[in-house]
Design a protein around this ligand. Structure first.
Ligand SMILES: [Zn+2]
Ligand SMILES: [Zn+2]
Length: 238
């Protein structure tokens, strides 16, 4: 699905309606996140539909080191020869040298996300280890994208902005599945940081927002973030 000119979203049911994003600038492709499945089939099919080769991917950038987003990373890196990027704090999780930080097992709404919360709480769910080639920090750029350090969900969580198109990929800072919320509260590590990251993202005035779980927001993105910030619990429950 093309959510804006040159921005394609690709999702799968497994991993919690997880979504990845392909950015096209000329012949060059930048991929944000890699979905759940380790065979990367949904992304490879998407490239086929676009009439593009996997070797057209120059960069694979990762919002953070959670299992649902890392499944296809190792295979796609091998097939494409692309460089893999993440924030420093997430890199050793992506490379398989450290487990993702555990969360509490106390069930927190929405309960449809509890299998993911429990998995993280128990340290289950390995992805194929994928070496990270380069680290990203606030102010860097990759392809057409500006890198935003947006901690809260995880300490090294990144979001990406294509300023000319007013497209933001918010990763797991915002979710639209199972309903619209400020990410999945049971998996957000630091509430205060998460809230300031939402403020920061709203201040950039995005129109279109790609989220980690659920369909992208195709219009009125900034207003939608304000809606979350106005909820008493930063849009966590409902
Ligand atoms: Zn996550
Ligand atoms: Zn996620």
């Amino acid at each position: 699905m093309e959510v804006a000119p040159g921005v394609i979203s690709v999702g799968q049911r497994r991993g919690g309606q997880v979504h990845a994003y392909v950015f096209e600038v000329g012949r060059s492709l930048t991929l944000i996140d890699t979905l759940f499945d380790t065979d990367a089939s949904a992304i490879l099919n998407c490239l086929r539909r676009l009439g593009r080769a996997v070797s057209d991917i120059d960069s694979i950038v990762l919002t953070h080191g959670h299992r649902s987003h890392l499944g296809g990373a190792a295979l796609l890196k091998t097939l494409s020869g692309a460089k893999v990027y993440s924030h420093e704090w997430e890199a050793d999780i992506v490379s398989g040298d450290r487990k993702a930080q555990a969360v509490s097992l106390k069930p927190i709404r929405p309960f449809r996300t509890y299998p993911f919360q429990a998995g993280l709480g128990l340290g289950l769910g390995r992805h194929p280890a994928c070496p990270v080639d380069d680290l990203l920090k606030e102010g860097d750029s990759v392809g057409p994208l500006q890198v935003l350090h947006t901690p809260g969900h995880t300490p090294g969580h990144l979001a990406f902005l294509w300023p000319e198109r007013r497209v933001l990929v918010a990763g797991d800072a915002i979710a639209t599945w199972p309903y619209f919320s400020a990410g999945w509260p049971g998996l957000n590590l630091n509430k205060a940081q998460h809230r300031s990251s939402l403020h920061r993202m709203a201040s950039l005035g995005p129109e279109v927002i790609g989220v980690g779980h659920g369909d992208p927001i195709t219009a009125g993105g900034t207003e939608r973030i304000h809606e979350l910030l106005e909820r008493p619990t930063s849009g966590e429950g409902r």
